[in-house]
Design a protein around this ligand. Structure first.
Ligand SMILES: Cc1cc2nc3c(=O)[nH]c(=O)nc-3n(C[C@H](O)[C@H](O)[C@H](O)COP(=O)(O)OP(=O)(O)OC[C@H]3O[C@@H](n4cnc5c(N)ncnc54)[C@H](O)[C@@H]3O)c2cc1C
Length: 343
């Protein structure tokens, strides 16, 4: 078994609230590792609405969602958090008082004195296309994300979709595939115009194929695809021989494994917390941001920021049981300013 990665605090979810928690915990000398299923930090802000303006961050009259994420990353830099992206936390086990063993779907193990759940609406999960029997091929020859590009080298790849993910992976995998087809149901794309232009250039050079239509069924054996049967928009059928199918139909949010962590839930989808420190029913496990519930809760980023600051105070008690916590302002404390690297 892998050696566990030891840390003071393990943060599940690198959305805005998880990121700001690094700052509040860092001011109190606690080191953090963060795990997120996505391939980038920023949670909903980065994944769902990066270019939308936000007007209700205190003291910031206007920013974009991605601008906020970038600013948070700058703000937490002095504390050197470690990110583990494209990993989903599957299990949390209590092994001490408090000490937790956390395992990801990639088999990575962590031991943390405190766990802070900032998992938002739960895990972003890919939307499965309505192709009969597709489950039998998943993780063998149907993939909803690309974890290692090299796994697709010299393969006949069929990418389905018309958004940024479909176009980005078309451009990235075209040079290493033995053959690549992009299949989309119409000739309009939702992806960045620059990506669409680059994709069309590859089509023009004969390096990839672009086909309009939809996959209606798959043929293959033991989870290995041999061909996809495609229905053209005029109703006619034809097949595309392929070794790997990558459908990019967007993401939905599901609570996911959070439901199995032995923590009391409200209505099966939110984690009730008390409001002095936002601790859950399990001492040492905190929940902040969109995932938690208490009377009057608002799913606003600023509320999650407040929750992070109070959770950090109690986390300090678990991480440094013998140390007294002295309340300080960043404006006047030279020790806090040293931690921030501004003195
Ligand atoms: C279109 C839109 C506009 C919005 N506008 C505003 C606004 O103007 N102002 C405002 O305050 N709020 C706004 N919100 C709400 C705001 O985005 C959320 O309140 C905020 O993102 C919550 O932050 P979070 O860190 O709690 O969770 P999230 O941003 O949801 O991040 C949670 C992260 O946890 C990860 N995760 C979940 N489960 C696991 C697991 N098991 N293992 C590993 N990782 C996991 C997810 O992948 C995700 O990245 C808006 C939301 C939307 C959708």
């Amino acid at each position: 078994m892998n050696e566990p990665i030891k840390t003071d605090v393990l943060i599940i979810g690198a959305g805005p609230c998880g990121l700001f928690a690094v700052f509040e915990l860092g001011l109190l000398d606690m080191k953090c590792h963060l795990i997120d299923i996505l391939d980038k930090v920023g949670g909903q802000c980065a994944e769902l609405y990066p270019e939308k303006p936000i007007y209700d961050i205190p003291g910031v009259p206007f920013t974009t969602a991605q601008g906020l994420v970038d600013a948070l990353m700058t703000q937490i830099k002095p504390f050197g958090p470690t990110f583990h992206l494209q990993e989903m936390v599957e299990t949390i086990e209590k092994i001490g008082d408090p000490l937790f063993r956390v395992k990801t779907d990639q088999g990575k193990l962590f031991e943390a004195k405190v766990v802070l759940i900032a998992a938002g609406g739960g895990s972003f999960q890919p939307k499965r296309p309505p192709i009969p029997g597709i489950e039998a091929y998943e993780e063998k020859s149907v993939f909803y994300s690309v974890r290692k590009m090299d796994a697709f080298r010299d393969k006949r790849i069929l990418i389905v979709g018309g958004g940024d993910s479909a176009l980005d992976w078309t451009l990235n995998l075209a040079p290493i595939a033995s053959h690549l087809t992009l299949l989309h149901r119409r000739d309009q794309f939702r992806a960045a115009p620059d990506s669409v232009n680059k994709m069309m250039a590859l089509v023009g050079e004969g390096k990839i194929d672009l086909v309009l239509g939809q996959v209606s069924s798959l043929q293959g054996e033991d989870g290995r695809i041999a061909k996809a049967i495609v229905k053209r928009n005029d109703g006619s059928d034809f097949h595309i021989a392929c070794d790997a199918l990558l459908p990019f139909f967007g993401l939905t949010m599901k609570l996911g494994p959070v439901a199995d962590w032995g923590i009391a839930l409200k209505d099966g989808e939110l984690i009730p917390v008390e409001t002095a420190a936002f601790e859950t029913s399990v001492p040492g496990i905190f929940a902040i941001g969109d995932i938690n519930w208490y009377p009057g809760k608002l799913k606003l980023i600023l509320c999650g920021f407040h929750e992070a600051s109070l959770a950090a105070q109690k986390a300090h008690h678990y991480v440094f049981p013998d140390k007294r916590l002295v309340f300080q302002y960043t404006t006047s404390s030279s020790s806090l300013q040293k931690k921030l690297g501004v003195r």
